[in-house]
Design a protein around this ligand. Structure first.
Ligand code: HEM
Length: 395
């Protein structure tokens, strides 16, 4: 269940808090209820984020050697930082992602998406399939991020490859050979980041000027390049796939009866790209009546919390604007709540507004497939084609 939690039937009974052993026998306390997940996220003293980036498959010495060979280090900077430096680092990153800066990117992104949608429409009209992951969603968030934050001058494909390798290395069940290959990929790109962190402008320069050591600058860039673009491209893919099966929602979008922003929120609630997030207990305590010994790894099932019937009226139905729709925890909560939420929402709103019409009259050739992973969905493709003859499928 831990590595394919999104595939668990929601109706199936699941305790509020349950101890589940992972593939190497390490127990985790899985927390499912919205109120309990919030309780944990709101208390960074009892439940620290220090384990957020721990590799769920322990690294063998061979992989550690490869990382060490690349001088790989990941000190606490953002998501896994419970120390005194967190608020200051977070404030610098939040400035770079300020809502006014995000809003300024909207016209550029709209023009880009509109252009792509026109080309994809022509391909569909010609009877050819299109992959809405590869041809539309995959690189958009990275392109926007690069306009907001100065990034190393690396090809988009190389950054995507590194980021997906990092998500696999830290959050997937793996064998030793795969770990070795991923460690080589992640370690190599870490070197690129290290060079950039020493000399780069923009956010890197601001972190340096605030007195943060090189490792911290690298750590912040590392996390941003992973969390700041992979998450959103995964979300865009999952949301478009979901919308392909929601013709009434698309019809509402067409007539204006359904608001784009409400579709994005319901998407985050039902198709979050980050399905779980971790915390570690610092002291013996109780959660939902269950003892939590100090040192326990808590797996907060964010996706399940979004479907808690105590919070949302029709938990399993995609009903934009329904009561409780916006109370999802897709972005976490509390001191470490996602600082990219405004950016992710803007990108998703543009894609929904511009690309939803592509889904009318199409048939799904290949739904997204997601590999085993504790936290990230990582869809690999989403292929559609114009439905033959009637053109009514999916409309
Ligand atoms: C749909 C897209 C996204 C989702 C679902 C998402 C989700 C999350 C979650 C669950 C956390 C952990 C929150 C916690 O511990 O309480 C987080 C943290 C974070 N996210 Fe996002 N995220 C998304 C997009 C982005 C983007 C676009 C950026 C930046 C460009 C970003 C940057 C960050 C950062 C820097 C943190 C760490 C914040 C801290 O520890 O202070 N995320 N995100």
């Amino acid at each position: 269940m831990l590595f394919r939690s999104w595939a668990s039937a929601v109706e199936s009974p699941w305790p509020d808090v349950a101890s589940v052993a992972d593939h190497v026998g390490v127990p985790h306390l899985v927390v499912t209820r919205h109120a309990l997940v919030r309780e944990v996220l709101a208390d960074p003293v009892t439940y620290r984020p220090d384990n957020a980036l721990d590799a769920v498959t322990p690294m063998p010495v061979t992989a550690l050697r490869v990382l060490a060979g690349h001088r790989f280090r990941l000190p606490p900077t953002l998501a896994n930082n419970s120390g005194a430096s967190h608020p200051q680092i977070r404030a610098i990153v939040a400035d770079a992602l300020h809502p006014t800066r995000v809003a300024a990117q909207r016209p550029w992104l709209t023009a880009l998406v509109r252009d792509r949608v026109a080309r994809l429409t022509a391909t569909l009209d010609a009877g050819e399939p299109v992959d809405l992951y590869a041809d539309l969603a995959a690189d958009l968030p990275l392109l926007v991020l690069a306009r907001l934050v100065e990034l190393p001058d690396a090809p988009v494909g190389a950054v995507k490859e590194f980021a997906r390798a990092a998500l696999e290395l830290f959050w997937a069940p793996l064998d030793a050979d795969r770990q070795l290959a991923l460690a080589a990929e992640v370690g190599r790109f870490h070197g690129v980041l290290r060079d950039f962190a020493a000399t780069g402008g923009g956010l890197a320069a601001e972190l340096r000027a605030a007195g943060h050591p090189p490792d911290v600058v690298v750590g912040a860039l590392f996390f941003l390049l992973v969390a700041g673009q992979e998450t959103t491209s995964q979300f865009l893919t999952l949301l478009l796939h979901r919308l392909a099966g929601e013709p009434a929602v698309r019809a509402g979008l067409r007539t204006g009866e359904v608001a784009v922003a409400d579709v994005v929120e319901e998407g985050l609630r039902l198709e979050p790209p980050i399905v779980t997030w971790r915390r570690v207990a610092t002291a013996d305590g109780l959660l939902g009546g269950q003892p939590v010994p100090a040192g326990t790894s808590l797996v907060l099932w964010l996706a399940r919390a979004g479907r808690d019937p105590a919070v949302v009226e029709s938990p399993d139905e995609f009903r934009p604007g329904q009561r409780g729709s916006r109370r999802h925890l897709a972005f976490g909560a509390g001191a470490h709540r996602c600082v990219g939420d405004v950016l992710a929402r803007m990108e998703a709103a543009v894609v929904v507004a511009e690309a939803a019409p592509l889904l009318d009259g199409v048939t799904v050739v290949r739904p997204p497939w997601c590999p085993d992973n504790l936290t990230f969905r990582m869809p690999d493709a989403f292929v559609i084609r114009r439905a033959p003859e009637t053109g009514l499928t999916g409309s």
